[in-house]
Design a protein around this ligand. Structure first.
Ligand code: P1T
Length: 381
């Protein structure tokens, strides 16, 4: 039977422990597993490759993304790295021109040195993605909504282009979470997550995930995952599994609060520009409506007439929002992308993507919206 989202969030991949009946998946804090004779074991040999707590998490995340297979990693970047290992020198990747700074960094500072070329295009325009393709293109990597300017890419349209050209297609679904958007259903071959964010949801774990339907792809990625060893431990896997049990409720609250905060900020005299896909005048609103269940809790704002110093002053004055990197936790965070999460992108490229010195990114948490708005009111006054 195909269960709905909340049921899967609470039960998928999890069974009462066969040896004790424990309802919650135990933290299998073990590196290795007894074999009754060489090669004769219960499916687990060594925890770099497989661990029962991690396996429960992987099965749960896969179910939430409507995928057959899931792999959990020690960070979102480790998950990204695993995908990039499928490439060979000379291969090309078409990707968006607004990305998490760490994704830009691994592309340009790590994989370019191995002879892989990255072509950055405006992925909000699917035809620009098509134009970026050459006979050497082996991968399309899309982030939607983007970090931090919340641009939307049409997952399904780009999926068709990928399929026509026989190119592997990956969607970084971190900003939306599996509750709001399921890229495998729209033609993606692999969904990537920084599970550090909404999936875990409590800012106490760093973790990544890949989800896919193809068994060949799963085997290839599992090979690198095990050979390289970028896998998370059982304690973190347990915490993420526990976090997921409320993913649907948290996302509903993030979206509701996101809307209230965005509406408060929309016509504020101190705000020059606001990025939130729920507004009808957001250029990606129609795409967001088509492919997302709701518009999320991520909002970016450009402060009016604020230089770097004034932006820092405002960013440092919050009382309920915390000035910190990351997003997607129950608590509200404010981030200064230009010097924090996107500091590794050269200024010229960063500014072209809209990551200017007076841009602040808000991860709207699930506190009382009135308190969040009051905090913003005071800070901007
Ligand atoms: O931090 P890590 O779990 O390794 O995930 C990397 C990553 C990948 N993709 C997206 C869209 C991300 O936002 C991130 C991490 N982002 C932050 C830490 C941040 O504050 O934007």
């Amino acid at each position: 039977m195909a269960y709905k989202f909340a049921t899967k969030a609470i039960h998928a991949g999890q069974h009462a422990d066969p040896s004790t009946g424990a309802v919650m998946t135990p933290i299998y804090q073990t590196s290795t597993y007894r074999q009754s004779s060489p090669g004769n074991h219960k499916g687990f040999e060594y925890s770099r490759g497989t661990n029962p707590t991690r396996k429960a998490l992987e099965d749960c995340v896969a179910a939430l993304e409507n995928g057959q297979f899931g792999l959990a990693f020690a960070s979102g970047m480790a998950a990204t790295d695993c995908v990039l290992r499928l490439l060979q020198p000379g291969d090309e990747v078409v990707t968006g021109d607004d990305l998490y700074g760490g994704s830009y960094r691994i592309f340009t500072k790590v994989y370019e040195q191995y002879g892989i070329k990255f072509v950055f295009v405006n992925a909000s325009d699917s035809e620009a993605v098509r134009r970026g393709i050459t006979e050497k293109t082996k991968l399309i990597w899309i982030e939607t909504p983007t970090n931090p300017t919340l641009k939307l890419a049409d997952i399904e349209e780009i999926g068709k282009i990928a399929k026509q050209n026989n190119i592997l297609y990956v969607v970084d679904n971190t900003f939306a979470s599996p509750y709001l958007q399921n890229p495998l259903d729209l033609g993606a071959d692999i969904v990537m997550h920084s599970a550090t964010k909404y999936i875990n949801g409590h800012s106490d774990v760093v973790m990544g995930a890949l989800i896919m339907n193809s068994v060949e792809l799963y085997k290839q990625l599992f090979f690198f995952y095990n050979a390289v060893g970028s896998t998370p431990g059982p304690q973190d896997s347990f915490l993420a599994l526990r976090g997921i049990k409320t993913l649907h409720l948290r996302m509903q609250a993030h979206c509701a609060n996101g809307r209230k905060v965005a509406e408060f900020l929309k016509n504020h005299p101190k705000i020059e520009k606001i990025y939130w896909p729920g507004f009808e005048d957001h250029p990606g609103h129609a795409i967001a409506k088509k492919q997302m269940k709701d518009f999320g809790g991520m909002i970016s704002i450009v402060l009016k007439d604020a230089d770097l110093q004034e932006t820092f002053r405002i960013a440092s004055r919050f009382k309920v929002f915390t000035l910190a990197e990351s997003l997607g936790g129950v608590e509200s965070l404010v981030n200064h992308p230009a010097t924090m999460t996107h500091g590794s992108i050269p200024r010229e490229i960063r500014e072209k993507a809209g990551v200017v010195d007076n841009l602040l990114r808000l991860s709207v948490g699930i506190e009382d919206a009135e308190d969040l708005i009051e905090d913003l009111k005071e800070v901007l006054s």
